[in-house]
Design a protein around this ligand. Structure first.
Ligand code: GLN
Length: 446
């Protein structure tokens, strides 16, 4: 109870500069009292955790940072949140994000910008920018995010924290507002690797409400942490040294990779030729899936409803026109086009075929390597306003994080020094369901 109270006070002071949250849970102290009364013991008992606002929370407004859900009050909680609460964690509030998780800077939020705690004029990254800023500023010890094309790893890199996207299927998406269902995963962000390990073990596992969630047993990632890197085989794809990458980032990432060599790991250069198609493939597939998933926002069942409409068609059209932001409309148009009869073969089908190349190429590298490493991003956090009017520049942000989503692999970003005074992230990708190897490598570097 004291910790929750203190966290809320601390948040009040810091939020003036950061604006990491859309909604603060005013009942958090009461929730903490309930945890006390229930006598829940364990590592997360009484620990305030921030929840990205596309994860539904019973009785606490959930908006996905969109006007179309500005007043949406869920009547149930996502499985990940239920699991956290059963372990005694406190949902301290819902964090800001790009609208429907589409974006790389948290600037597409209907609720305004979040500021990077390292430099208030810079973006926190996105789409889980609020979660990352809440952790980096010390408002909370851990936060949940979601990652469809890099939305946990890129903000983790921009804020100098650890962030992990688990294997596709590791964590239930029941109650997670869908963006691109073949790519979306819930994951964790924290300063310390140990804390993400604890939280990920807690939220992982099969869920009868999500048929894509795996039956595989959930390891105790924290108890199994091991810093021994002897004999660990690391692959570094040469395409990860992308021409547009800030040379200071390359330098810092190489310093980190050299540390693994000193710790006894082997490092090989490999090739992932498909990488040059990552952005195109992702934006066709993700937009197509989004155009389908977002059909449910019609102004009838929940959320924003346009006023003064004459008929049902107007109700749909006006509610969607007024309720969705520009980026969402761009993706719905792109996705609807890519799925249309005349364009399907040339766009959607082609992209799905190239996706298979990613799965094959990365699978092959991981046949004789334990980990793939490289930078998480090509730049450090950029200035608020710099890229928001240039969608292609914004999309290019994701080139290094997209491959893990296309292949369904677990991947994390780990702090690896500074470039021009801003944090750099080392990306670590592992074999399916080998999150432990990522935690261990990150722990060894910490
Ligand atoms: N930036 C990417 C996009 O806008 C990734 C978003 C995400 O991972 N949710 O789609």
């Amino acid at each position: 109870k004291e910790l929750t109270d203190q966290t809320l006070n601390d948040m009040k002071a810091k939020e003036k500069d950061i604006s990491a949250f859309i909604t603060v849970n005013d009942d958090a102290v009461k929730d903490a009292e309930k945890v006390d009364q229930a006598g829940i013991k364990g590592p997360l008992s009484g620990i305030p955790i921030a929840i990205k606002d596309n994860i539904v929370s019973n009785g606490i407004k959930t908006t996905a940072a969109s006007k179309i859900l500005y007043n949406f009050m869920p009547v149930y909680s996502a499985t990940v949140l239920e699991k956290l609460e059963a372990a005694g964690a406190i949902n301290i509030g819902k964090t800001n994000m790009d609208e429907f998780a589409m974006g790389s800077s948290t600037e597409t939020s209907f609720f305004g910008d979040t500021h990077n705690p390292w430099d208030f004029d810079k973006v926190p990254g996105g789409s889980s920018g609020g979660s990352a800023a809440a952790v980096a500023s010390g408002e909370v010890v851990a936060a949940l995010g979601t990652d469809t094309g890099g939305s946990i790893r890129q903000p983790a890199a921009f804020n100098g924290i650890f962030g992990i996207k688990p294997t596709y299927g590791r964590v239930s998406r029941w109650g997670v507002i869908a963006f691109a269902s073949s790519l979306d995963q819930v994951g964790v962000m924290s300063k310390r690797v140990e804390d993400s390990a604890t939280v990920l073990s807690t939220i992982s596992g099969h869920d009868e409400h999500d048929s894509t969630s795996s039956e595989k047993e959930v390891p105790d990632y924290r108890a199994n942490l091991n810093k021994d890197m002897t004999g660990v085989r690391i692959a570094v794809p040469k395409e990860f040294w992308h021409e547009g990458t800030n040379p200071e980032i390359i330098k810092q990432v190489n310093v980190a990779i050299d540390k693994y060599k000193e710790m006894g790991a082997t490092v090989d250069e490999v090739s992932l030729p498909a990488l040059k198609h990552a952005v195109e493939v992702y934006y066709v597939l993700a937009s197509s899936e989004a155009s389908s998933n977002l059909q449910r926002y019609d102004g009838v069942r929940y959320g924003f409803r346009a006023k003064d409409v004459k008929n049902i068609k107007d109700l749909f059209v006006n509610s969607r026109s007024e309720g969705f932001g520009d980026e969402i409309k761009r993706r719905i148009m792109l996705g609807t086009f890519a799925l249309s009869a005349g364009a399907y073969d040339a766009y959607f089908k082609k992209a799905a075929q190239v996706r298979t190349l990613f799965i094959e190429e990365m699978g092959k590298v991981l046949e004789d390597h334990d980990l793939i490493m490289g930078p998480s991003t090509t730049t450090t956090a950029f200035k608020i306003g710099d890229k928001i009017d240039d969608p292609l520049a914004m999309y290019m942000n994701d080139i290094l994080t997209i491959p893990a989503n296309l292949a369904g692999l677990p991947a994390a970003s780990v702090p690896a020094g500074l470039a021009d005074g801003m944090p750099v992230g080392l990306q670590i990708i592992a074999k399916p369901f080998n999150e432990q190897a990522i935690f261990n490598a990150a722990y060894a570097l910490q």
